[in-house]
Design a protein around this ligand. Structure first.
Ligand code: MN
Length: 438
């Protein structure tokens, strides 16, 4: 993962909003997404720059991507990012280099600004890719320990945890882009007393999960594992994922095969693919394992991955209730945590997923699982923050929450920072809870 001219901190764009301090989308970021200008229009690929979107189809039509490999130009004109993700890393890099040239001060897109630049407020974002398969891991040892403690205080972590990356196969059809309203699910919950029948009704313990997402690149053939030393090149970029969870449904249904309807009603994905190339300055060593922990088995161990395999991205969760919105009060930060604190690196998740020969395909989404950290303020879901619903979170509005109520709006954010580089962000991953269907 090399640094080049696109990461230069002195680089500036002719798009004024991209120079605003605190923007998620300076010219050093250049994340890709899929948007529509009006509901009936075909989706197209765009690049976020400040408060605007650069239209890649329009850029191709004007010849601004001329000279790039034909497969890159085709990917830029597509209706999703699957074709982009299928490109080898070197080809993806050529698109980034060109976008950086077009958008920098004096860049040749400036003369076509009226044709290629659209305010983000005037477009609707779609999912970055057509996701064939979605897998959710459980890669935060802090989350696994906090949740395990609620159920098994004497031995929070199960014996497999430090050896094998744990995950479940999620539902791709109910992935939704940020901004989509989330309908409170109904489902079956455990009987209140022995001998009673289980109940069916709206979830009363609705929760969010703060997660990172990995969109996969070229993929692998069925039966052919991905070696750990190559696994990083199979990640096209990162996003934010909110794995909405109905804890009461989950508690009754999860044994012995794991999460099912408690998770599959909706999962929110942030709209921008922050590419691995953009994240090159923000790589970090794999989280150090405490003394006495087992070393990863050889198929999960590569020195380069241990040295640079993690991503130094700070994540945060924000809650704004209906009352806070009515009163014009800002969102309240519930927690923050770091992707670099995960027990497994993204490459280890990819190598493990393919280790049995399972084929991964461009556009597949792997989520990290809830990202928590060692401190109380690092707990990435309400189940952890409220100690299983026992301790309410008090909000500045005077309200309190154990789990989510109708009208609550949850926003996830992510930001990568390093001394000497311009910080980049992920944009919002947002959803508001609607009341259950009658
Ligand atoms: Mn999850």
């Amino acid at each position: 993962m090399t640094l080049d001219a696109t990461h230069e901190p002195t680089l500036a764009s002719w798009v004024e909003s991209s120079r605003a301090p605190g923007t998620d989308f300076p010219i050093q970021n250049l994340p890709l997404g899929v948007f529509r200008r009006s509901p009936g229009e075909p989706a197209r690929v765009g690049c976020a720059i400040g408060a605007d979107v650069l239209d890649l189809s329009a850029s191709v039509a004007l010849g601004l991507l001329g000279g790039l490999p034909p497969a890159v130009v085709e990917a830029a004109r597509a209706a999703s990012l699957n074709a982009y993700m299928a490109l080898p890393a070197a080809s993806r890099g050529t698109l980034r280099a060109r976008l950086s040239e077009l958008l920098r001060t004096g860049g040749s897109a400036q003369g076509h600004a009226g044709a290629v630049l659209i305010p983000q407020g005037q477009v609707a974002m779609a999912l970055p890719a057509e996701v064939g398969d979605y897998t959710d891991f459980y890669a935060s040892v802090h989350h696994a320990t906090n949740v395990g403690r609620l159920f098994r205080p004497e031995s929070p972590l199960l014996p497999n945890y430090k050896h094998v990356p744990i995950g479940y196969h999620g539902r791709a059809s109910s992935l939704v882009p940020s901004g989509t309203a989330i309908r409170r699910p109904s489902g079956q919950t455990e009987p209140k007393a022995e001998g009673d029948a289980p109940a069916f009704g709206p979830s009363r313990r609705l929760d969010y999960e703060l997660e990172g997402g990995l969109f996969l690149g070229p993929g692998n053939a069925l039966g052919t594992p991905v070696p750990i030393g190559e696994a990083g090149t199979h990640i096209a970029g990162l996003c934010l994922v909110n794995d909405w969870s109905a804890r009461d449904l989950q508690k009754w249904e999860y044994q012995p095969l794991g999460p099912f309807l408690a998770k599959s009603f909706a999962t929110t994905v942030s709209p921008w693919l922050v590419t691995v190339e953009a994240l090159a300055p923000f790589r970090a060593p794999a989280s150090p394992r405490p003394a006495g922990d087992p070393a990863p088995l050889p198929y999960l161990r590569a020195s380069e991955d241990q040295a640079h395999g993690a991503f130094d991205v700070e994540l945060a969760v924000w809650l704004r209730t209906e009352r806070m919105r009515e009163r014009g009060e800002p969102a309240f930060q519930l927690s923050s945590s770091y992707l670099r604190d995960l027990y497994w690196t993204p490459a280890q998740l990819v190598a493990h997923h393919a280790s049995n020969g399972c084929n991964l395909r461009p556009g597949d989404l792997l989520a990290t699982g809830t990202v928590s950290g060692p401190e109380p303020g690092n707990r990435g879901c309400l189940l952890e923050l409220t100690n299983g619903g026992r301790d309410a979170v008090r909000l500045p509005s005077g309200e309190e929450r154990r789990f989510l109520e109708d009208g609550d709006e949850i926003t996830l954010t992510g930001r990568a920072r390093r001394e000497g580089f311009v910080p980049i962000g992920f944009g919002a991953c947002r959803g508001t809870i609607l009341s259950a269907k009658e």
